[in-house]
Design a protein around this ligand. Structure first.
Ligand code: ADP
Ligand code: MG
Length: 233
């Protein structure tokens, strides 16, 4: 699904180069639930942005579902964003002047779905995330947890093959955080959606099957989560 080979990302810093990712190689199969961990500044978000085709590597090869991404046109990238890749960000990224309903409908408009199909998909998501009563409110009228639920619902509404979640529960209280983690786990287990999440929480990492630790832009460890830990979480 996601195949990274010797991915390097660097920025020019005066006369020097600052390396954010150093020869990162990772294979993520369809249906996996992978957690990326590591200290602040280790390059986790940069790696997720590259996986999500929001950023490009300086060097190395990235294949998404067997296609070298360096050969994708802008149009093909946009198409993948509309149909296959769902993002959940720590800072929600909702559109402030659209209601909850409209925020959920927007990805379906871009995907080109007709009115009645949009309506039924939005209704299903509102129901699934207990947001029916909030559908006419604007993001600023919701709690942080509710905004994040809308963010997750919006990522899921296109029925992506991959969800990339950057500290999806970073700003939430633990009960709300767990609700989101359970949603992601169910999606992974029941629908086979591939998930890559970044988190600082070992407990949340226990929802996935594998942990990749980044230190200083390089893979320091890549291990399976033991089943006992996962069920305890
Ligand atoms: P993490 O998510 O692990 O905290 P990031 O991927 O956000 O780390 O950032 C890793 C490093 O890359 C940081 O030192 C950050 O300052 C640097 N960085 C990120 N984006 C840029 C950029 N556009 N220009 C220069 N440096 C950047
Ligand atoms: Mg980050």
């Amino acid at each position: 699904m996601i195949s990274l080979r010797n991915i390097t990302k660097s920025y020019r810093n005066g006369f020097k180069r600052a390396f954010v990712l150093r020869r990162v190689s990772l294979e993520i199969e369809a249906g996996e639930f992978v957690t990326i961990m590591g200290p602040s500044g280790a390059g986790k978000s940069t790696l997720l942005h590259i996986m999500g085709l929001l950023d490009e590597p300086s060097d190395g090869e990235y294949q998404f579902r067997g296609t070298p991404t360096s050969s994708l046109s802008e149009k093909q990238r946009t198409e993948l964003h509309r149909t296959q890749i769902g993002f959940v960000f720590q800072a929600y990224h909702l559109i402030d002047d659209l209601t909850v309903y409209e925020n959920l409908e927007t990805p379906l408009l871009y995907k080109g779905l007709g009115r009645s199909e949009r309506k039924s998909k939005v209704a299903e998501m509102l129901d699934r995330f207990s947001l029916v009563a909030k559908q006419k409110l604007f993001p600023s009228q919701l709690s942080g947890g509710q905004q994040q639920l809308v963010g997750v619902a919006r990522a899921l509404i296109i029925e992506p093959r991959v969800i990339l979640a950057d500290e999806p529960t970073g700003n939430l209280q633990s009960a709300q955080g767990e609700e989101i983690m359970q949603t992601l786990r169910n999606l992974n287990r029941n629908e086979g959606v591939t998930i890559v999440q970044v988190t600082h929480s070992e407990k949340q990492a226990g929802y996935g099957d594998r942990i990749v630790r980044l230190v200083d832009g390089a893979v320091d460890e890549d291990v399976a989560v033991d089943a006992g830990a996962a069920t305890a979480a």
